[in-house]
Design a protein around this ligand. Sequence first.
Ligand code: ARG
Length: 466
Amino acid sequence: MALWSGRFEESVSGFTQRFGASLPIDKELYAQDIQGSKAHAAMLAAMGVIAQEDADAITAALADIEQDIEEGRFAFDIDDEDIHMSIESELISRIGDAGARLHTGRSRNDQVATDTRLHMKQRAASLMKANLRLREVLASQAEAHMDVVMPGYTHMQHAQPVLFAHHLLAYAWMFTRDFDRLSMAYEAADANPLGAAALAGTTYPLDRFATTEALGFARPIPNSLDAVSDRDFLLDLMYAASVSCIHLSRLCEEIILWSTSEFGFITLSDAYSTGSSIMPQKKNPDFAELIRGKTGRVVGDLMALMMMLKSLPLAYNKDMQEDKEGALDAASTLEDCYLCMAGMLETMTVHKEAMLAQAKKGYLAATDVADYLAKRGVPFRKAHEIVGHLVLLCDKRGCDLDDLALADFKAESDVFEADIVDALDLRAIVDARTTYGGTATTAVAQQLQEVRTRMAGDLACAAFGS
Ligand code: ARG
């Protein structure tokens, strides 16, 4: 029988019962529901609203229920709409009137908001840990491949040579920003709605600051209507997850390209590849493709919640029950994607020679030849044109810039001297880009240091507890 049966003469049909239920999804919040109820009961007793013996009985029974759930002994009743009613009705059936006093001054509206916030704080913290693990792998792989030169691209055309480490660290910074977004989502969730009751607060002398402290929230939410209606913290987390998935999908796309026969820059380990049921030779980068695909799902979760919240009047509306499925899905999907990506990168083989061979194609030295002239007084625009002619000459001859003779260079400009060969050396080209954030070995080493310093700072963040 429903906990509100007093006002009703008929109960809902089996179908509407199932249709209206959120138990299959919010079961996952059981630990937070129990944590919230214990804090509420203790506060009610401290304020003299219920007797201390009742609070003690509630606390002990809730602990037993929690253990039963954890050990798979708890029989969830399909007739319970959600985890809150499931636990409360079990509590009442175990300890009677003491259990029936727990819901004094509380509504499922502030209860569900409290549980969701507590749960999402944990999810955010766990995502932040997985994010750090991925960044650690990127940093270690960058460090291990400081000597690898690859072609840098714009428009997917060879542009200028860069260090592979530099390319990997670009992703490390993208995930660093994602960490910041996740930590902002954590902070958004870190506020206590408990005590807002249904929407207006309550006539009981509740101490909202006491439950805030007991539950480890940073602050109580100052408006009871906002407390039960706000789901922005979920939007924040899902936006952070969406952006991070978009970053992952960009990396996946490159991993997939790099693994082709055309590129041959990397080989993924067998543990992160699959074969074909018909073509014996195939080794497919399935997991990179899957992560790329899951991006659509996580962004979809965010879209669904935004649309659900659009135009909702204050305060609680049943529409809001739809909030948890997507949020939990986005969080677990991103966490799995982080872990999968970390493992995939950690175990890949990097083909240094193949990268270098490609870096030698496509006139990657052209900018540096133009800079050679500009540094010797030729206006850069003129130098650009001169090198354009040289590239055209190479195109016609089917050779590269370093196949040209000094005479060919001189035919375009007599500023060229024998030392032009230095401007054609890929490693020298890379190492000349010493500006802060550039691809020179020295600059990348400094950058790696910064990545690691940021990681150490993030590891010490408040979300991970003291
Ligand atoms: N199952 C509901 C949810 O997840 C709990 C809150 C219900 N409150 C209400 N007044 N019906 O949103």
